[in-house]
Design a protein around this ligand. Structure first.
Ligand code: ADP
Ligand code: MG
Length: 267
């Protein structure tokens, strides 16, 4: 929903039915991909108990400032008028501290990260991506309660177990009346870096079938590549580190998101 004064044009939730499918990795790379398209982007780490976006971006030691009671996100200035603004629970607690919180406290922090934030400190955002914890629980419901979500991206791996859970995420989004931008199949095939032989380690094509079956768009697939994992660990995200087929896959997906984002914005 766009109003003249809305400082955020598109709010997108990144969801998955289960953990470990690469949702955070995808969220970080899509956010940077969108910045590469000249967009001003926000990235909210809604995984309160297991926040790892700052680690993947190597900004763990940053601290958000406050501006008249409102929190100001940590900023990665990647262009003169665009960049990435990030908020995460990881900024608020000691590095190895656990966050053993019941749903009510997690919800309260999410409310702060949405309602009591000055996301537009460095200018209005074209996109705010919200990286959710796995599943269809508290955090997802809270986000929908506190912000006007424009669309959902569902990340899955090709295995049946992941697809089973992804169907639930699709059903949940549909039930809440949130448009589904599409599904991304991550860890889709593995190309041996030595011999170039392609192995479908977790199968392939399940994401596309899911989309056909549930009548939703397929955004693309991202192969399994050990460099994606190591770049996440080193804090230098893949899309800006290495030119490769994986980076190309992300770029193609980002283009589709930009197309989707432009759909109902007047020229
Ligand atoms: N396409 C990929 N190729 C290789 N490793 C990946 C890929 N996508 C994610 N990973 C790795 O898988 C692990 C889980 O990813 P993560 O993004 O934390 O998943 P989630 O947020 O869904 O729990 C991480 O170690 C990450 O580096
Ligand atoms: Mg995650």
């Amino acid at each position: 929903m766009i109003t003249e004064t809305d400082p955020i044009t598109k709010r997108i939730m990144i969801m998955s039915g289960k953990g470990g499918v690469g949702k955070t990795t995808v969220a970080v790379n899509l956010a940077l991909g969108l910045v590469g398209f000249g967009k001003n982007v926000g990235l909210l780490d809604a995984d309160i108990t297991g926040p790892n976006i700052p680690k993947m971006l190597n900004i763990e030691d940053e601290f958000p400032c406050a501006d008249e009671e409102l929190l100001v996100p940590v900023r990665l200035p990647l262009g003169c008028d665009h960049g990435l603004s990030v908020m995460s629970m990881a900024f608020m607690v000691e590095k190895d501290a656990a966050v053993p919180w019941h749903g009510s406290l997690r919800t309260e922090w999410l409310r702060r990260f949405i309602v009591e934030m000055r996301w537009e400190t460095w200018g209005p955002l074209d996109y705010l991506l919200v990286d959710l914890p796995p599943g269809t629980g508290d955090e997802t419901l809270s986000i929908v309660e506190f912000m006007d979500v424009d669309g959902v991206i569902i990340v899955t791996t090709p295995q049946d177990v992941a697809l089973l859970d992804s169907r639930k995420a699709v059903t949940m989004a549909k039930g809440m009346g949130i448009p589904i931008i599409g599904v991304i199949e991550n860890m889709s095939g593995f190309v041996c870096p030595h011999c170039g032989y392609a192995i479908d380690l977790f199968g392939k094509g399940g994401g596309k079938h899911l989309c056909e079956e549930m009548n939703i768009p397929f955004l693309g697939s991202v192969p399994l590549d050990s460099r994606v994992a190591s770049s996440g660990d080193s804090g230098i995200p893949f899309v800006i580190e290495i030119k490769s087929t994986v980076a190309d896959s992300f770029e193609a997906i980002v283009e589709k998101i930009v197309e989707w984002g432009a759909q109902d914005i007047p020229d």
